[in-house]
Design a protein around this ligand. Structure first.
Ligand code: NAP
Length: 323
């Protein structure tokens, strides 16, 4: 049993905790939220202790690891506080608002010899790892094209977190990070990046990204918070294709159509949040300082790619340093 301290009491914290409880591998022992009534209601539902004072929360000795499930703009400050106290961290995507602050966190983790991992749950998932294995073993021959989109219309209604620059809103950090991470994890850092976006009130309603590789491979990656998409991923190679059904970022199956046909379906008995938390808890218990599933290089490269996209589409945010 691994004891978690949750920072946040919103959508993702409810979803992850509900699923983790079923496996019996995890317990949420403490919840911090700035609004005490929200912290208390959520904590009571989990049998955890509620805090609205972050310093007191960090002093809770029952906590073995912290999960940060708050808006993007606040990830940096909470993760920094945890690392400075030597408390291991699982931090929601997008890791922070900039490459610079992500790098600072990773340097801080090394300095304090403390584990930190981006909660990019796609890359803990057995089916994503199977797709990566197919690519690495040349199952579809030379990759030529990848298309991936993650579009959820009205995701922001009426949530400020998704539509306001103040919270690091917009499609890129909320949804686009998944197709970007998918392409990066399969094919590495692109040789060229092209990006365009429809902007409104300082955030991107949608974002169209192309990764171009010197090999000839092109990846078309699209995200939108105001349009419907298939939320699938397709990879075409010279000798076959791979299809990842919706929702591509947490799909439990994948199809290979090449010399052989494979319909892969993972056998994990619980949900993929539980899979992610169980792997991270085990890495922390083994006293690892870096995840082998989402290594620092992957988080930093993806943040560097996001920096380039931000520059091309004219997107900028300010980290929230208020407590
Ligand atoms: N892995 C996934 O599938 C997935 C899915 C959805 C979202 N996410 C990620 O999870 C994170 C949170 O998303 P969400 O949809 O759960 O957000 P949400 O529903 O708006 O909840 C945000 C929570 O953060 C708390 N909070 C703590 N400090 C805050 C601060 N400084 N500013 C604003 N709120 C603060 C809020 O409560 P108080 O106001 O009481 O503090 C609230 O409980 C984001 O990084 C998002 O990208 C991941």
């Amino acid at each position: 049993m691994f004891n978690w301290g949750f920072i946040g009491s919103g959508t993702i914290c409810h979803n992850t905790s509900r699923q983790m409880m079923k496996s019996g591998n995890h317990k949420v022992v403490a919840v911090y939220s700035r609004t005490f009534s929200r912290a208390k209601k959520f904590a009571d539902s989990l049998g955890a202790k509620a805090y609205d004072n972050i310093e007191d929360f960090f002093k809770d000795e029952n906590i073995q690891g912290i999960y940060i499930g708050t808006p993007h703009s606040s990830h940096y400050k909470y993760a920094k506080m945890a690392l400075e106290r030597g408390i291991p961290v699982l931090c929601e995507k997008a890791f922070t608002l900039s490459f610079e602050s992500s790098l600072k966190l990773i340097e801080l983790a090394k300095q304090h010899n403390t584990y930190i991992c981006e909660a990019m749950w796609t890359w803990f998932s057995p089916s994503s790892l199977m797709v990566k294995n197919w690519i690495n073993t040349n199952a579809i021959g030379k990759p030529l094209k990848m298309k991936s989109n993650f579009c959820v219309p009205n995701i922001g209604r009426p949530r400020e977190r998704v539509i306001s620059a103040r919270y690091g809103g917009g499609s890129l950090l909320d949804l686009g990070v998944y197709p970007i991470a998918y392409a990066y994890n399969l094919f590495g850092y692109p040789d060229k990046i092209e990006a365009t976006a429809r902007m409104k009130n300082g955030v991107d309603l949608d974002c169209k990204v192309k990764f171009i590789y010197n090999s000839g491979l092109e990846c078309e990656l699209y995200s939108a918070i105001d349009r419907l998409g298939t939320c699938t991923t397709t990879i075409i190679g010279e000798e076959g294709r791979i299809k990842v059904p919706a929702p591509m970022h947490c799909s439990r199956h994948a199809k290979l159509r090449a010399h052989n046909r494979v319909n892969y379906r993972d056998q994990y008995p619980y949900g993929l949040y539980d899979n992610e938390f169980t792997i991270v808890a085990s890495e922390i218990e083994q006293e690892k300082k870096e995840s082998s599933y989402v290594p620092f290089k992957s988080t930093l490269d993806i943040m560097m790619i996001i920096e380039e996209i931000k520059k091309q589409i004219g997107l900028s945010y300010d980290e929230d340093n208020t407590l």
